[in-house]
Design a protein around this ligand. Structure first.
Ligand code: NAG
Ligand code: NAG
Length: 382
């Protein structure tokens, strides 16, 4: 049974910068292999299902080597050893995140080889083990769908304490992370088997949290809403949200500001992320988009298919904590050092956004669960 719940827009705003810590080994100066492919990965288009190639990346001679898995995924490849690198994000109960293929991995070292971990069978990948997901907020806006989640990251092969990093179809060498990774969704194309390739998406994962956004390819500014250059600024800045651990909910929302942009004195300004190793200390607080028509669920009703899947790598020992500050890539609503809030931080509530808003009917499918939006606090089609 689901419960309808209303969340006032902009209930809390005080968020702390939680930079991603992933850093890469310097390139080997003696390696003379070329870096860039002839065609950037994000410019490649493959229609589902017949256009999907065995591998989307076809230049194994480049410096990052060959694509580690494959894109042609089916019932044969499905299972906990799958190296499927075609992901899906359809709804609150049907999505795949990218996580490492081998236990106890650090995202910064393995982002090129992430594989699809899904909430449902049928996508040819792995299944997220039961109990790994401990809270989720799904948001559908006019420009994108987004999910922010809390998880036990060791259950998807991420080393305990790893602050994580960003997956997206670009990467410094434009081959994508994971290399060759493709993303599909039916959220903008009528549901069912009408999967459409989503060109612009990003996933931050680490610090026992993740946030994942795929942008409607029909939108002219999908590249801005799914901007990928703020890779050290985590979920707080790339997907500002009010997700809470222990709560599973689906909401409608207004669009966020483009990541990296903010409004000050009526002017839209753009923040520049400094180059590593300069500390990222944003000078602004991102606006949390208004949300409405939130519907809450029990995790068991969303993820029945995961009941039989247990976590891999039980033999590995979590790395000891080094006592540093929580370096959450993700930590959706947390302020540093409290990775698992149980309540919404209360401070300084602002009035619900959008005076004079209009309401309009809108439905969206959570794969079998239709949610009718009746409570709107914000304007959806501004
Ligand atoms: C590069 O090659 C030179 C000459 O063989 C060697 O001395 C040097 O250690 C190598 N550098 C690295 C980073 O491997
Ligand atoms: C299933 O996927 C595997 C791995 O990509 C591929 O080798 C095989 O041809 C696929 N089978 C079908 C029927 O498409």
């Amino acid at each position: 049974m689901s419960i309808r719940r209303f969340i006032p827009a902009l209930a809390c705003a005080a968020l702390i910068a939680v930079p991603v810590t992933a850093q890469h080994a310097p390139p080997d100066p003696n390696d003379t292999r070329a870096t860039f492919p002839a065609t950037p990965h994000a410019s490649k288009v493959f229609a589902w299902p017949t256009g999907i190639p065995y591998q989307a990346d076809t230049e194994p001679e480049l410096i990052r080597g060959p694509q580690s898995g494959y894109n042609l995924c089916n019932s044969t490849t499905e299972g906990q050893d799958s190296l499927c690198q075609t992901g899906f994000f359809n709804s609150i109960d049907d999505f795949c995140i990218w996580a490492p293929p081998h236990p106890d991995s650090v995202i910064g070292d393995t982002e090129g080889e992430g594989v699809a971990w899904c909430t449902k069978p049928g996508h040819g990948g792995r299944l997220i083990p039961e109990g790994a997901l401990t809270g989720l907020q799904f948001m559908k806006t006019p420009a994108y769908i987004q999910i922010v989640g809390f998880l036990d990251q060791t259950k998807v092969n991420i080393q305990s304490g790893d602050g994580g990093g960003e997956f997206d179809p670009h990467g410094a060498d434009v081959r994508g992370n994971p290399l060759g990774g493709l993303m599909y969704s039916n959220a903008f194309s009528g549901g069912g088997e009408n999967y459409q390739q989503v060109i612009e998406w990003s996933l931050f994962i680490g610090a026992d949290a993740f946030c994942f956004k795929v942008c409607d390819p029909a939108m002219e500014d999908d590249d801005h809403f799914c901007e990928h250059i703020y890779d050290r600024m985590g979920c707080t800045y790339n997907m500002p949200n009010q997700a809470q651990n222990g709560v599973f909910e689906a909401c409608l929302g207004e669009n966020q500001d483009y990541p990296g942009t903010y409004v000050e004195n009526g002017q839209t300004l753009t923040y520049t992320q400094p180059a590593y190793p300069t500390l990222v200390e944003p000078t602004y607080t991102p606006r949390i988009p208004g949300s409405s028509s939130c519907e809450t669920f029990q995790s068991a009703e969303l993820f029945a298919a995961l009941a039989s899947v247990s976590a891999p790598g039980a033999e590995t020992t979590p790395a000891p904590s080094d006592g540093e500050d929580a370096d959450a890539s993700g930590a959706p609503t947390t302020t540093g050092g409290n990775p698992r809030p149980t309540t919404t931080p209360a401070g300084g509530n602002e009035a619900a956004a959008g005076e004079g808003e209009d309401s309009s009917a809108m439905t969206f499918a959570a794969s079998g669960i239709t949610i009718f939006a009746v409570l709107f606090a914000t304007t959806f089609f501004a």
